[in-house]
Design a protein around this ligand. Sequence first.
Ligand code: PMP
Length: 358
Amino acid sequence: MLGSLGLVIPVRDDLRVLEGYHSPQVDVDVRLNTNESPLSPPDAFRDALAAELSRIEWHRYPDRAATELRRAIADWHGVDPSMVFAANGSNEVLQTILLTYAGAGRRVATFEPTYQMHAQIARVVGSEVVEGERNADFTLDPDELRRVVDEYDPHVTFLTSPNNPTGLVEPSERIGELLDVTNGLVVADEAYAQFADWSALELLDDDRPLVVTRTFSKTWSMAGVRLGYAIGPAWFVDELEKVVLPYHLDAVKQLAGRVALRFVDDMNERVRLIVDERERLSTTMRGMPIDVTPSGANFILFRPTSIGGRDLWQQLLDRSILVRDCSGWPRLADCLRVTVGTPDENDAFITALKEILT
Ligand code: PMP
């Protein structure tokens, strides 16, 4: 009834300015816009999962501590299970971290351009977002890092490596420098780290406020399942467990994650294929009127130099190829981001680029 009178209940004052996170899902032949794996998981994984599903106790709540899943993740990374926190995609991991360590009256630092959800979730949980800027080539200047920490004393600072949407891998010195100066938590978002050549996992230490977040969405071909995790000191995981909802991780997902970890070799093979394809794409694109940002991820940020970015995006879409249009984002004028697809999808993308640009 109230709706028919046109009454709209106002949201929290600090949420009114938020625009939400948009990544259009358009029906096209070649979808290269959301950084998923272009390959479905191995058949053997699906068979093994199907066989084990029958053993799930559907009428019982799942294991609240996700004991076996955490043990499997911990074994894979060579850490103790007490250092693993799992949730519904790394986005929920990030949200739980921010609910625990940020929130009203606290500050969260990001270095732009970077993954938009860091600032978005930080604001949703009521924190103030303080932004540092990257250089024109998207690298991060250590002086800028220090400036932001000195000026704002952030409670949580994000570094994304490889960074989204730029694809650049953050050098380990940058994370070390940040840890040297900050009084807050450092979150290394490593959603794409398996495509890169180093990981901040190497720097983890019980006495350091460093945590690393990972996801099953990319390399594990499991974006549809929504599973991510953080690895960090046990004291950090203990705090997150107090904040997250009870039984947040359903039994099917816990099982899917465990079964996936039996297929590490298949996953590594997929990573190799994507990395090879990424290098093929980058090399080919460098031979065209395009600025290509070096990528350590499963996507490439690029800027056409002979036509506008939005124009190129539309012309690709006219050929049923969807890439991410970043051209309207601050500091990313004319930039587009392409996810590395299957060899056939990448061929279609290259053929279209050639048609449009040459
Ligand atoms: N971090 C980064 C840097 C990402 O790009 C993404 C996905 N776009 C995520 C986290 C979230 O991944 P998911 O929630 O699927 O695990």
